[in-house]
Ligand binder design. Structure first.
Ligand code: NDP
Length: 324
């Protein structure tokens, strides 16, 4: 039995199909994985909806914790029985069993449980590269982080506040704002009700912030631009409300010689050394107790469509997992 979620064509959550697939055999350089917990990420909804094109039919999902059950030829750094996790590779994490290139796998430290690993590999390594390599945030700086109560947001707030960074978060309800504040945000703005630009200007003595992390996309683009200090960095890393439409570079000049970047995780963990360094930095913050992550909701693998519906309707906070 290998319960697997398949995407036959793009559409709403109801296009997802549960099938019983064969348990695959690892090719050279690959391992066979038995998943123990599977991460649900907003990017999975982009592939499902068609915002990010994918050859179809396809599997779905790109993050999980697992046990190594068999080795293909030439795999030397892993053994049968190892606890591992990954974020990346071909779509297909929404399954009980799968094969994957061994080079994509990271061994899990004993102090990180499988459910936590399935929450943090993709979202946590994303925070690592965003705050250390896309823009190297310094202690004492103030940053603006949209959707601070979400999966990526909660990890970012904890990590940044542990470094002495002042985080201004945004959130879509008072309950989410309270959650983000409890995790370490200095200020949280309910962007469904408050004027974000006016509030950020007030909180920064009218200067604005040196960096904005914006994963909401279309709905917050203008707001983020107006919250930046001169020569500030606009980090646009997601499209939860829809993709940012094209804009003229002159706009960045008019708003104060701004920088704009649209990064993605794959380009920051492109080599084995980068992957290991990113995971190690994340595991260090977890081991130090600075970043704590437990799933805020667990779904049976067969109920992946419900997890997508909840995520897209903004009903969730924190990280979601599927249990195989
Ligand atoms: P989240 O848990 O953050 O869920 C998305 C949140 O976005 C919602 O909970 C909601 O919070 C907010 N939001 C605002 N407007 C909308 C809208 N119209 N529809 C839906 N949600 C909206 O998801 P993840 O933690 O999985 O991902 C966060 C973002 O980071 C995503 O955009 C994702 O694509 C991006 N990402 C990018 C990566 C990269 O390398 N570029 C890697 C990983 C993630 P609220 O109600 O508080 O507004």
């Amino acid at each position: 039995m290998n319960l697997t979620i398949r995407l036959p064509h793009c559409g709403g959550p109801d296009v997802l199909r549960a099938e019983d697939a064969a348990i695959p055999v690892p090719a050279a350089g690959e391992v066979l994985l038995r998943h123990t917990a599977i991460g649900v990420n907003f990017i999975d909804t982009y592939y499902r909806s068609g915002l990010y094109p994918l050859p179809l039919p396809s599997g779905l999902g790109s993050e999980a914790a697992a046990v190594v059950e068999a080795l293909g030829d030439g795999v030397s750094h892993l053994q049968v029985g190892d606890r591992v996790a990954y974020a990346g590779g071909a779509q297909g994490a929404y399954s009980q069993w799968r094969t994957l290139p061994a080079a994509l796998l990271v061994k899990l430290p004993d102090d990180i449980g499988d459910e936590s690993a399935a929450c943090v590999m993709l979202q946590g390594m994303t925070v690592e590269y965003l705050i250390r390599r896309t823009y190297a945030v310094q202690p004492g700086q103030t940053v603006l982080w949209h959707a601070a109560a979400g999966g990526v947001g909660q990890i970012a707030v904890q990590w940044l506040s542990s470094l002495g960074v002042k985080v201004i978060g945004t959130a879509g309800s008072d309950a989410k704002a309270a959650l983000a504040r409890a995790l370490g945000c200095a200020h949280v703005i309910n962007y469904r009700e408050e004027d974000v630009v006016a509030r950020v200007r007030e909180l920064t003595g009218d200067r604005g912030v040196p960096v904005v992390y914006d994963s909401v996309g279309k709905d917050t683009f203008d707001i983020s631009l107006d919250c930046l200090a001169p020569r500030g960095m606009f980090v646009s890393f997601g499209n939860a409300s829809g993709a940012v439409p094209p804009f003229a570079p002159l706009l960045l000049s008019q708003k104060g010689s701004l920088y704009f970047t649209r990064p993605r995780l794959g380009d920051y963990v492109a080599t084995r050394a980068e992957l290991e360094a990113s995971a190690a930095a994340l595991f260090e913050r977890i081991g130090a107790g600075a970043v704590k992550v437990q799933p805020s909701a667990r779904y049976a693998l067969a109920d992946a469509a419900q997890a997508h519906a909840d995520l897209e309707a903004r009903r969730t906070t924190g990280s979601l997992i599927l249990l195989p």
